[in-house]
Design a protein around this ligand. Structure first.
Ligand code: NAD
Ligand code: MG
Length: 392
């Protein structure tokens, strides 16, 4: 298998599960971007045939760190990511790069008929139609890693994962922890720091998705992701706040039944499910102790407090390039927030301004997706500069 984004939170959890089953999985390639020292450690542990990094400098550095041992072939750049995602020796690709940077390699895996373990939700949000068409044409299989989508997948009847027609499904209910600011006075959102936003109560994750969880844009991206994976429209996807993150999502059926997947909040469970599907393997995660948890809580999401969730639903309903614009604007705004150039509450302002000003167009292929992405980023950067001058 190939693990894209091997040094990230999902990549490391994947390799943790893989290391429990050395007889089952052979690591063909590992990728990291700039975290070369971490990648070197993983190369020593997993002996991949290929290692991919950001550029020539990182490649030299990795070679230096590994000298004296068995060297993998060291490649760099986006084409190398596509190469290891589509290599003939690879059957399974874990797509765990964060953001739009993962789109090319995700698509390469989909086009070449791999088992695509999809963590990189931004790729699907940007290019859902192009990606799903590529999967269908090549016969590739998508297995969702995002815990909500993995829970829905597990709660559906076999064979209905990519289209719910005839399944008797009434609605999907995606649960959300509500993040660290569920109860924060809305007026105080303007004072939130990157450190506060990255301290998630239940899950330990990369910085970008942690900020997305805090704004609830993450749930919005997941609503769009669910709409593509399961072929269902916005009206039939609900979001439910469930602070304990024990129920990972649910499916409501026409007859009134509700089927859910429960577990401890640890990404190794959905990862192990997708790695072994349709078998079951040890993931390192213990089963739930419901007597210890004792109480589960639920509440409706507050769209006023979390405007990013409202904007994501609006983008899904608008369709065409609107989700790609939303995603690109959000990526720009989140990185400006992490660099302390934008306030937390201004992330939603930037996204809304981009959705209001950039025209929505059809997305037929990768080029039109990338053009919409670039246009939204330019517009978002202008907005951010404007807010910076006003705030300074
Ligand atoms: P992370 O920041 O911990 O790791 C990101 C990985 O991508 C790293 O290996 C990094 O080297 C690599 N990377 C970063 N920029 C890159 C670039 N420009 N080109 C190539 N590689 C690059 O992120 P994460 O939390 O592991 O999340 C990865 C993806 O999985 C995201 O799309 C996220 O939304 C999704 N996801 C994560 C979780 C979670 O619990 N962490 C849960 C569900 C979904
Ligand atoms: Mg999720």
């Amino acid at each position: 298998m190939t693990v894209l984004g091997a040094t990230g939170s999902i990549g490391l959890s994947t390799l943790d599960v893989v290391s429990r089953h050395p007889e089952r999985y052979e690591v063909f390639a590992l990728s990291a971007h700039r975290q070369v020292a971490k990648l070197a450690e993983l190369c020593l542990q997993f002996s991949p045939r290929v290692a991919v990094v950001a550029g020539p400098g990182e490649a030299l550095e990795l070679r230096r760190l590994l000298v004296g041992g068995v060297l993998p072939e060291i490649l760099y750049g986006p084409e190398a990511l596509e190469l290891v995602a589509s290599a003939p020796d690879v059957t399974t690709v874990m797509a765990a790069i964060v953001g739009a940077a993962g789109l090319g390699s995700c698509l390469a895996a989909a086009r070449s008929g791999k088992r695509v373990l999809l963590a990189n939700k931004e790729a699907l949000v940007m290019a859902g139609d192009v990606f799903m068409k590529a999967l269908r044409q090549s016969g590739a299989v998508l297995l969702p890693i995002d815990s909500e989508h993995n829970a829905v997948f597990q709660s559906l009847p076999a064979g209905f994962a990519y289209g719910l027609k005839g399944s008797g499904v009434r609605k999907l209910v995606l649960t959300a922890s509500g993040g660290p600011f569920r109860q924060l006075e809305p007026a105080l959102q303007r004072t939130v720091t990157p450190e506060q936003a990255c301290a998630h109560p239940n899950w330990s994750m990369g910085r970008k998705i942690s900020v997305d969880s805090a704004t609830m844009m993450n749930k919005g991206l997941e609503v769009i992701e669910a709409s593509w994976i399961f072929g269902i429209d916005a009206e039939r996807i609900d979001v439910l706040i469930h602070p304990e993150s024990v129920i990972h999502s649910m499916v409501q059926y026409e007859d009134g039944s509700v089927i859910a997947e429960l577990g401890n909040p640890d990404m190794r469970t959905p990862i192990a499910h997708a790695l072994a599907y349709p078998e079951r393997i040890w993931s390192g995660v213990e089963s739930l102790d419901l007597t210890r948890i004792a109480r589960l809580n639920f509440e409706a999401p507050d769209f006023g407090r979390f405007p990013c969730l409202r904007l994501a639903y609006a983008a899904l309903r608008a369709g065409r390039s609107a989700p790609a614009l939303l995603n690109a604007a959000n990526e720009e705004a989140v990185s400006a927030f992490l660099e302390r150039r934008l306030r937390f509450d201004q992330i939603a302002h930037v996204v809304e301004a981009v959705l209001d000003s950039a025209g929505v167009v059809e997305l037929n292929d990768l080029d039109t997706v990338l053009a919409a992405d670039a246009q939204a980023r330019e517009c978002a950067r202008a907005q951010i500069r404007c807010l910076e001058t006003v705030t300074a």
